[in-house]
Design a protein around this ligand. Structure first.
Ligand code: PRP
Length: 212
């Protein structure tokens, strides 16, 4: 086995627990990342090191080769458009990318008029309104609590991920259109894919076995 540690970037937030569960099933406990302020964990036996980063940054770390492997939602892959290889659909972290808003905004989506869209995913929102709907849209970038957009009249609708639908319901909003389905993916740096292909293939094989 090569002496180099392979680095795995996991994203913070809703996917981190599921990703940690996956590695725990492979006999690698990452609890220290969850329970302390320690940012990086080394598994010397398997020559692997793991860190948690914000979801958009996981794709950045992998593109630049600072992480060989990343586990991240497909939403971030579509949004960030980084030069990484997407190699495996993990099948968990399932949700939908949707246009959401109050029921009263539904007619705006067919009116052909310009529409204001708030989103944590400006690139996905822009591409959807430009290429799919061919509707003029002003895209307003937010970093969280996007549902506030239509409530405080910052925007007419939002483009966001919907998992249980609970947040929409609690805020009087609904799904108006579905853009695409999303799940967690494994991404790999293109150079690592070539230089460390055996070890990466082994890791992917083990993950596939665990997922069944
Ligand atoms: C995400 C998303 C929605 C919510 C959807 O936000 O932006 O707000 O989860 O999940 P649900 O359908 O199960 O309610 P997140 O919790 O990541 O927090 P944020 O708003 O601070 O980005």
């Amino acid at each position: 086995m090569s002496d180099r540690f392979l680095t795995v970037a996991l994203c913070k937030g809703r996917l981190s627990r599921l990703a940690m569960e996956l590695f725990s099933n492979a006999g690698i406990s990452l609890n220290v990342l969850d329970e302390s302020r320690k940012l990086i964990f080394q598994d010397t036996e398997n020559k692997l090191q793991f860190f948690l980063a914000k979801a958009p940054d996981v794709t950045t770390f992998v593109e630049y080769g600072a992480a060989d492997i990343g586990i991240v939602g497909e939403d971030m892959i579509l949004e960030e458009k980084r030069r990484v290889h997407e190699v495996l659909d993990l099948g968990f972290g399932r949700c939908r990318m949707c246009v959401c808003g109050p029921e009263s905004a539904r007619q705006l989506l067919t009116s052909g008029h310009s529409i204001r869209v708030a989103s944590k995913y400006p690139e996905i929102a822009r591409a959807y309104f430009r290429d799919e709907k061919k509707q003029d849209a002003m895209i307003i970038k937010l970093n969280g609590s996007v549902e506030l957009g239509p409530i405080v009249k910052l925007s007419d609708v939002i483009v966001d991920i919907v998992e249980t639908g609970g947040t929409l319901k609690e805020n009087g909003l609904t799904v108006l259109e579905e853009i695409c389905k999303i799940s967690a993916r494994v991404i790999v740096n293109p150079v690592s894919m070539q230089m460390e292909s055996d070890r990466i293939r082994q890791i992917l094989k083990r993950i596939r076995e665990i997922l069944g």
